[in-house]
Ligand binder design. Structure first.
Ligand code: C2E
Ligand code: MG
Ligand code: MG
Ligand code: MG
Length: 291
């Protein structure tokens, strides 16, 4: 884990060769400084079940650049990945999320929090042990943390990825397969990856109501996942109709702007306090959602 960071000079060179501009390198330097200064934040987006109960939260990184304003995670995560900064970013995100989980638990708010990790992390030796040590240091039970991975972890050295993931699940950390359907040969990965949850990518959810093919893809994915004993979460749910279709298709939980966008910690605490007892209710629904 440490060795990767020490080699960052070499990896910056590679990034340049990949077509990275001075602009990207400038952003990289700014990101490194922002991480050192603690200027990167985590926001949290709820995952809710169809009966309104809260299934968990997903931590999403947010960076407000002093001159450019908010830089999208897609952009700076790609930079971190090709430059060797990923281990530092992931350490930061895990530290911040675990400290927050511990605070919420102390308030009696016990919801699992999911953290996104990159293929880089899963391929770095010692990652599983490092996560376990961090959990112990924060006094957070492993089941309170979930890690979201994508099929990309299997692109390079699938054996090492499998070993790391087995190590993590061995410690009791739950794994979730993110962006499902956007990778390649998904079915093979589903069988090999020790995940307990599958997240259907927003690209299939967005047009679910108007596109029959997307609806069929979602139906098959839900059935397949259930037959493998996995929970299914749909990403990017923005409206009531989509919510209803997903419920009818047998999805287990949803995440999306219909429920809430990712919120800063204090707002998330307030949101959780409200929903902890009464659950989440659709704005349009005049009765609590049927369970
Ligand atoms: P993701 O893990 O698939 O996260 C879901 C993305 O969908 C988030 O974008 C979220 O804000 C957005 N989203 C949620 N609900 C809706 C909705 O109803 N409609 C629409 N249009 N979008 C919605 P975000 O926060 O920009 O993150 C983008 C990606 O960046 C994430 O995709 C994840 O792959 C990556 N990412 C974010 N935070 C981290 C992190 O801490 N570490 C790593 N390695 N990757 C991260
Ligand atoms: Mg995710
Ligand atoms: Mg996703
Ligand atoms: Mg995504």
């Amino acid at each position: 884990y440490q060795a990767k960071r020490d080699r960052s000079g070499v990896e910056v060179y590679e990034a340049t060769r990949d077509g990275n501009t001075p602009d990207r390198l400038g952003l990289l330097g700014d990101l490194r400084r922002a991480l050192d200064a603690g200027d990167v934040e985590l926001h949290y987006q709820p995952k809710v079940r169809f009966d309104g109960t809260v299934a968990g939260l997903e931590a999403l990184v947010r960076w407000e650049h002093p001159e450019r304003g908010r830089v999208s995670p897609e952009e700076f995560i790609a930079i971190a990945e090709t430059s060797g900064l990923m281990p530092q970013l992931t350490e930061y995100v895990l530290e911040t999320a675990l400290a927050q989980i511990a605070r919420w638990r102390a308030m009696g708010l016990k919801v699992p929090v999911a953290v996104n990790v990159s293929p880089r992390d899963v391929h770095s030796p010692g990652f599983a042990g490092a996560v376990a040590a961090r959990l112990a240091r924060h006094g957070v039970p492993p089941a309170a943390l979930q890690l979201e991975i994508t099929e990309h972890v299997m692109l390079e050295d699938p054996q090492r990825a499998a070993d790391t993931l087995a190590g993590l699940t061995g410690h009791g950390v739950k794994m979730s397969l993110d962006d499902f359907g956007t990778g390649y040969s998904s079915l093979v990965h589903l069988r090999r990856l020790p995940v307990s949850e599958l997240k259907i990518d927003r690209s299939f959810v967005a047009r679910l109501v108007v596109d029959n093919e997307d609806a069929e893809i979602v139906r098959c994915t839900v059935d397949l996942a259930h037959s493998l004993g996995l929970l299914v979460v749909a990403e990017g749910v923005e409206d009531d109709e989509t919510w209803e279709r997903l419920r009818d298709l047998g999805c287990d939980a949803i995440q999306g702007w219909l429920v809430a966008a990712a919120m800063p910690p204090a707002e998330t605490t307030a949101w959780l306090r409200l929903r902890h007892e009464s659950g989440w209710r659709r704005p349009g629904a005049d009765a609590p959602a049927p369970s």
